[in-house]
Structures are given as structure tokens and as C-alpha cells.
Design a protein around this ligand. Sequence first.
Ligand SMILES: NC(=O)c1ccc[n+]([C@@H]2O[C@H](COP(=O)([O-])OP(=O)(O)OC[C@H]3O[C@@H](n4cnc5c(N)ncnc54)[C@H](O)[C@@H]3O)[C@@H](O)[C@H]2O)c1
Length: 373
Amino acid sequence: MKIGLPKEIKDNEYRVGLTPAGVRALTDAGHEVFVQKTAGEGSGFKDEQYVQAGGKMLDTADEVWQIGDMVVKVKEPIAPEYSRMRENQVLFTYLHLAPELELTKQMMDRKVTGVAYETITDRNGRLPLLTPMSEVAGRMSVQVGATYLEKMNGGKGILLGGVPGVSAANVVIIGGGVVGTEAAKMAVGMGAKVTIIDRSLDRLRQLDDIFLSKVQTIASSRYTIEDAISNADLVIGAVLVVGAAAPKLVTRDMLKLLPSGSILVDVAVDQGGCFETTHATTHSNPTYVEGGVLHYCVANMPGAVPRTSTFALTNATLPYALALANKGFERAIREDGGLAEGVNTYAGKLTYEAVATSQGREYTPLASLIKGI
Ligand SMILES: NC(=O)c1ccc[n+]([C@@H]2O[C@H](COP(=O)([O-])OP(=O)(O)OC[C@H]3O[C@@H](n4cnc5c(N)ncnc54)[C@H](O)[C@@H]3O)[C@@H](O)[C@H]2O)c1
């Protein structure tokens, strides 16, 4: 298969769809990979590394999209990329189509086979290509929280781990899934006193087994959240209710309970946030003060660490890219129902029900278009 690797052009996007190691794996399997010049630059990969891995460099995005039977990317195509998409081309990337009316129309009109990272499922029904970015954001949330607790950054001027003879900081994590667990690992590692609040008792049992006495696990309720945040130096929002807006677990009123100079980091901001006072911010202007409390609510936290994020993402995507290339699209989705879940557009039809519902468009089950899936 001919595989195209264009450079990302969305504002402030420095990740890339394949590392040189990924290109090596694909070329070793007999495929040709066409890499746009400087595609890996933002993640610290030089063109020569791609060439050494067997990639063929092309000057322009147009050439890469023109030649690729499959195009591997990170972000959904934006307007200048629309006209480059071709009929029957497999586009393997994050798509997040629900709010993208024009992109959806373009992909349908152009009969692009859109395989979305975010809707691929694994055997346990989880979303394996979202997990790596949650891991990055979870670990980063403690790093940014620690930074903003420094006095000159607006915090109360404390060190997460304290020092011998001085108390460590209290970190409260609301939501003990992927983000919450990775945040807890970092906070425990830095010596903080950590509380994780979750509504799932099974999840709290698992966390208790993982961390033993190093974290407090608390069942979620308004009462327990109020109690926990009254002593918190850093509160991390990490809840997710799949397919729904995040519940507002810390209301504007409750901010009064927070000790002065405490910090809120709302990782769940991409689902609307779990603090009532959350609104999305960017890396160029990441924080704001509301109700007297400093909030950090960056919607694409992994964008700050593109090199780590590119490795983490491609570790998870490469096996699927290899399956698509080795077996061809139809056989690959026939043999892996979870990969078939990733197909959002095919042959001019919208094949992902939730996207169709949210856009008020007709939904066509993929099984009615391709036999045997
Ligand atoms: N800002 C960013 O850059 C960024 C990056 C990655 C992920 N995220 C977001 O972070 C959020 C968490 O992602 P995740 O992968 O950890 O999800 P997850 O499904 O692994 O974990 C979510 C947890 O929230 C818990 N929860 C749900 N309702 C709750 C409630 N009322 N009280 C307490 N806990 C509750 C669930 O039981 C679950 O354990 C998502 O919204 C995700 O999109 C943001």
C-alpha cells in the first residue's frame, strides 16, 4: 500500500501521525510511505530519520495526499485540506466529526473512508486510541498544578511534596479513570497527600489495590467533594460520563470552601468541564481567575508535549495502521470489529450513528455496505 504522511497544519499542532519507527515498520512490511518534508519537525524528528527508516520525502502536502491510498494524520482535516481528500482514500486520524458539519459533508461528497481514532474500541469496549492522550493529560495535570502553586505564578507558594518538617500539599482528584490514575501516580511520586473521588465503587477498589495506603479513596457525592476541597491545595477535574457533558461537581458556590491560593486544573474541560466556573483556555493563555480561584482549563493539554504525545499516540495507532495496510481496509475491518467501529464515513455514507444523530443526518450501518462485518 502507498501511505501518505502529511505535516499537520492546524494551529499549534506539532504532533505527527507516524514516527520514523512507524515508517520503518510499514516499509519492512512491504509498503511505501511518502512523508511530507518537515512533517516530523514539531515532534523533533528530522527528515533524514524518515529517509533512514525507508520513507520517501515529498515537497508538498498536495503530492502526499495525491499518492496515498491511506493518509495517516493526527487531527481532523481543516479547510485547506478538504480538496486534497480523494474517493476511496482511507483517512486514519482523529476526526471528532459531531460538531464538524462542513468536514463531514466534504468527506461524504468525496467518498472518503474516514477511520476515526476516537471511536475505535478494544475487546473491553474501551477507546484505546483516546487512552494515550488521557495518560499524557493526567500526568501533566500535576506538573502544571505544581507550577501554578508557585507564588510568582499566582499560587499560595507551596511545594507539592513539602520538605522534611513541613507538611506536603493536599491534592484532590475528582474522577479516578485514566486521567485520574495517572495524575495520582505523579502526585504520589512527588510526595503529595492524595485523595481520589469516584462514583464507581469498583473503580475505587481497583485504585485502593493499586495505591494501597498511599491515596485516600472516597465515594463521590456533593458532601464528600465539599469536604475534600475544603482542605485542598490542588483540585484536578478528571471525570467522564461517556457521551455526555461532564457533570458540574464543583459549583461556583463551592469555590468559597477552597483555601486561599488553591489551584483548579480541569482536564475534563473538553467535555464542558466538571467545575461550574470552567471555560476552555489555550496554551498561549492557559489560566484565569474566577471566584478568587486560579483555573487552568486547557482543552488540548497533550499539545504542550508533542514529542511525548506523538510517541504515545503512535504506539497505540501503529498496530491498526499496519493491519489496514497489510490486510487492506475491508479485510482489516472484517477481522476486527473494534476497528470497524472507527469507520465514520464510507462510500459517501455516514456510518457512525452518534455523529449522524448529532448532525440530524441519515445513518447507514457499515454492515449494510460491506458484507461480512
Ligand atoms: N484537556 C485535555 O487535554 C484532555 C486530554 C485527555 C483527556 N481529557 C478528558 O479528561 C476526561 C477524563 O478522561 P479519562 O480518560 O480519564 O476518562 P475515564 O472514563 O477513564 O475516567 C472517568 C472517571 O470519571 C468517573 N466519574 C464519572 N462521574 C463521576 C462523578 N459524578 N463523580 C466522580 N467520578 C465520576 C468515572 O467513574 C471514571 O472512573 C475526559 O473528559 C477526557 O475527554 C482531556
